[in-house]
Ligand binder design. Structure first.
Ligand code: SF4
Length: 261
């Protein structure tokens, strides 16, 4: 599959579509527990709404995207100030919408021996000059489709155009396949809402893409501490019974709904 067109960032003082830049600890998936720098890219192809689970927890980077605030030099400064950190979490929104930025980051990471994890819903394939360290795939299933007539977090009424936008790049299997094949490593990190319908979709995609269970991390749905605590035992039992890995979301357990943690 053809990648999105590659480019480079020429001006390191230009404000990028990055609305959060902070130090934290990776609390999801196969690199759990490692100190990292999170770079949140604003803008997303999707418009996720999870019914009782509410809107996308980073709706300020997707449904109502904030403007970017940080430059490439800000990213460099963050690593200069934290020389002990050798990880990067590129999250969003949808970082694959910004191929030049992702590519530039691979050059920086290569110079500094930093491992990049890119979080992606799998909308686009981005082939970078240096492969990414880890592709963290969280595709969105039927339970993410917004319903016509409901209000967005910013008060807009959902119409069919909004729903079509959400579905346009959803479950782009060719892009997901190419991301898995090109980059250094990956894991499949679907969010499970506790229903058998959702589990069936998760499992069908896993089998179709040939992803082994030991590269599958099931994550509980919920974007607050209370919701997660209810879901954790279900996910523990599911993983123990079926042989998936369990991924918590411990930054939410630790900080609840606080941003930039
Ligand atoms: S793909 Fe992720 S960032 Fe985009 S709307 Fe859905 S949950 Fe939010």
């Amino acid at each position: 599959m053809e990648s999105k067109k590659l480019g480079r960032i020429e001006d390191y003082n230009k404000v990028l579509p990055v609305n959060e830049l902070y130090r934290c600890v990776q609390s999801e998936g196969s690199r759990f527990g490692r100190p990292t720098i999170a770079i949140r890219v604003t803008g997303c192809t999707h418009r996720c709404w999870f019914g009782d689970g509410g809107w996308c927890d980073s709706w300020y980077s997707s449904i109502h995207p904030e403007k970017g605030k940080f430059t490439f030099n800000d990213i460099i400064k963050m690593y200069d100030e934290n020389p002990h950190i050798t990880e990067m979490m590129l999250t969003g929104g949808a970082p694959t919408m910004q191929p030049a930025l992702v590519n530039e980051l691979t050059h920086f990471a290569n110079e500094r021996n930093i491992i990049i994890t890119i979080e992606t819903e799998g909308s686009h394939y981005v082939k970078t000059d240096y492969p990414l360290g880890l592709v963290s795939l969280s595709p969105k299933f039927n339970n993410s489709i917004p319903r016509v007539g409901i209000k967005t977090p910013g008060g807009k009424t959902v119409d069919q155009k909004f729903v079509d936008q959400h579905n346009k790049y959803r479950l782009n299997k060719e892009a997901i396949r190419s991301m898995i094949d090109y980059h250094n490593d990956y894991h499949y990190k679907p969010v499970w809402d506790g229903t058998s319908e959702n589990l069936e979709e998760i499992e069908n995609l896993r089998i179709e893409l040939g992803i082994p269970k030991n590269k599958t991390y099931i994550m509980p749905a919920g974007d607050s501490r209370d919701e997660l605590i209810k879901m954790y035992p279900l996910v523990f039992e599911l993983c123990a019974e079926h042989g998936y890995n369990m991924s918590g979301r411990d930054h939410i357990i630790a900080y609840d709904t606080k941003r930039a943690v």
